[in-house]
Design a protein around this ligand. Structure first.
Ligand SMILES: [Zn+2]
Ligand SMILES: [Zn+2]
Length: 591
């Protein structure tokens, strides 16, 4: 007796491949199979008897004795693969990237009581006590709880503040031994709390009772490569194969989550006081180091009293570019042809786009001149101006920061400052220029600006200042009046009208390569394939990439669910052929 195995290979391919084998294998077992001129690993997803003679290759090797993931995870992989038009074999690899972990075994779904779906809004402190109580109830009932957070520092902070006995951390860079320990705890029957970043959202659990996604609107909860899934969405997809309660929490909600109220989710607003808030009109203020005179005095006074101040400025580096005053030369990236940003403390010029860098020692590369006109100032230059006036206790915090002075009382940083290590114990917080995010060309820019203000406030500083050149912008009134629900209602209406998420789906389809004519002919084929489908096609947008390649992109819009279905259909039927030039991003982080 021989069997036919249908296998999803871990390659960017959209159909299953059939192989023969002398033995019946369990579904979800991994095998090594011949593919093209080489071999690939794949997942067995269908087994049937070989009834008639077919010209099939045999599998090369059976990798697992038993399936590494529970069978519900095969269904989950199928759902994710469909929703993100991401190849099934690669999706399975994403769900189980760790070869050193033992098989999880089956999860038998118990019939459980009613599960709740809840949105929780409040300051960090009020969320902490709320979560602690709810988590405690689930753990006492012997169920497992997942708490998802944006940054590593959040994870450590919640773990120590919640301080439950059976707590396990889970993140990408965790040590093998610790991951094994956490995996075995997830396999076990008893209650336990798991705190982690995105990757935890797809870890199987026995007796999962509750998932909390905190700071649910944060962009740091999203994967940074294909498929660009947000942890909140991963949890909602996971719920299609499992039954557990969900809390989406934050200082404010994302428009997507707020829309869930209409689907019957409970909204709970936790009591708490707001910090003293002042909006500063930069047009009417005399300035010291980019700060209004009055704000500067407040920071100075705070420093004298030993109080901590955090200044958020969403621009990295010292200056966005520099230009020689003598010869007019502007140093540019040799890959991207865009001006390099100055990092004065490191003595380097860096490309904000591809990371290219070269050293810089205050002389012009072209004429040897010493005088430069500087582009828009970033956190480093703000910090150095403050140091000149207030002394050395001014630190810079950014994703790239390696040396950080923990004792600093004034911290200048990008949005990365929105985490406990920086914000705990802060007395004065301010946004140096809200206009930077407000006028970013994104359909989320107003929502993100508002989230930034609310997030700063949620760490409960005593005073909160926001500087802007457009104080009349409606976003600022919303925080003062705490009318975020009205704002999100209006925002959702707008998105519905303009056909944006959560009502419509977006996908960015790009062709990347060196030969532009070839790409253009491919683009033509692509457009032809998309014709007559329920998809709105915008573009193409042409870009030059860091490595010198050309990228031609189309932005696709379609009804939620429909766009994904149409795209998958085109890919599975070979109407759109996967190639090394083609990249499809469903729900792209930036549009
Ligand atoms: Zn570059
Ligand atoms: Zn020069």
């Amino acid at each position: 007796m021989r069997y036919v195995l249908d296998v999803a290979v871990e390659r960017p391919l959209y159909s299953l491949f059939s192989y023969s084998h002398y033995r019946k294998l369990d579904l979800g077992v991994r095998v090594k199979v011949p593919l093209g001129r080489g071999f690939s690993r794949g997942w067995v997803l269908k087994v049937s008897r070989l009834e008639e003679e077919r010209d099939l290759k045999s599998i090369d090797e059976v990798i697992d004795d038993s399936p590494p993931l529970p069978s519900t995870w095969l269904t989950l992989a199928q759902i994710i693969s469909q929703e993100y038009c991401y190849p099934l074999g690669l999706t399975l690899k994403l769900l189980f990237p760790y070869d050193y972990l033992p098989s999880f075994g089956e999860i038998t779904l118990k019939s459980v009581g009613e599960r709740f779906s809840r949105l929780v809004v409040g300051s960090r402190l009020s969320r902490l006590s709320y979560y602690r109580e709810v988590i405690g109830e689930f753990l006492a009932a012997g169920e497992k709880v997942i708490l998802l957070v944006p940054q590593l520092e959040d994870m450590e902070d919640w773990a120590s503040k919640l301080s439950f006995d059976n707590t396990f951390l889970w993140y990408s860079e965790i040590r093998r031994s610790e991951r094994k320990r956490a995996w075995n705890a997830a396999k076990g029957e008893g209650g336990a709390l798991f705190i982690g970043t995105f990757s935890l959202s797809l870890v199987p659990m026995r007796n999962l009772g509750l998932v909390i996604v905190d700071d649910e609107g944060s962009s740091y909860l999203r994967r940074l490569s294909l498929p660009y899934i947000h942890a909140r969405d991963a949890i909602l997809l996971r719920r299609r194969v499992e039954s557990f309660s969900v809390i989406l929490g934050g200082a404010i909600l994302s428009a997507e989550s707020f829309n869930l109220v209409k689907e019957g989710w409970d909204l709970e607003e936790l009591p708490g006081s707001k910090p003293k808030y002042r909006l500063i009109d930069l047009k009417r203020s005399s300035k010291v180091a980019f700060l209004s005179q009055s704000l500067f005095s407040k920071i100075k006074a705070n420093l004298k009293l030993g109080g901590k101040s955090v200044i958020l400025l969403n621009r990295k580096a010292y200056a966005s570019y520099l230009k020689c005053e003598e010869c007019g030369y502007i140093p540019k990236c040799s890959n991207c042809d865009i001006p390099l940003s100055l990092y004065r403390e490191e003595g380097k010029l860096k490309c904000p786009y591809c990371g290219y860098e070269r050293s810089f020692s205050d002389t012009c590369f072209n004429c040897g001149g010493y005088f430069f006109k500087l582009g828009s100032p970033g956190i480093e230059s703000l910090a150095s101006l403050l140091r000149r006036r207030l002394g050395s206790g001014v630190a810079v915090w950014d994703a790239e920061t390696e040396l950080f002075d923990e004792s600093a009382l004034i911290i200048v940083g990008t949005q990365r400052v929105l985490q406990p290590k920086i914000m705990n114990g802060v007395k004065l917080a301010c946004i140096a220029l809200a206009d930077l995010s407000l006028y970013k060309s994104s359909y989320r820019s107003e929502e993100e600006t508002l989230r930034m203000i609310y997030s700063l406030a949620s760490f409960s500083p005593e005073e909160l200042y926001v500087q802007t050149y457009v104080p009349e912008h409606p976003v600022f009134k919303i925080f003062r009046e705490d009318s975020w629900k009205e704002f999100l209602e209006a925002e959702l209406d707008k998105r519905k009208e303009l056909r944006y998420p959560p009502f419509y789906s977006l996908a960015l389809v790009s062709l990347k390569g060196k030969r532009e004519l070839f790409l253009m002919s491919k683009l033509k084929e692509l457009k032809l394939a998309l014709e007559g489908r329920a998809i709105e096609v915008l573009g193409p947008i042409r870009r030059v990439l860091p490595d010198g390649k050309i990228s031609l992109s189309l932005l696709l819009k379609g009804k939620k669910g429909e766009l994904e279905k149409e795209l998958c259909d085109l890919l599975e039927n070979g109407k759109i052929k996967p190639s090394k030039e083609l990249e499809i991003i469903v729900d792209p982080p930036e549009v």
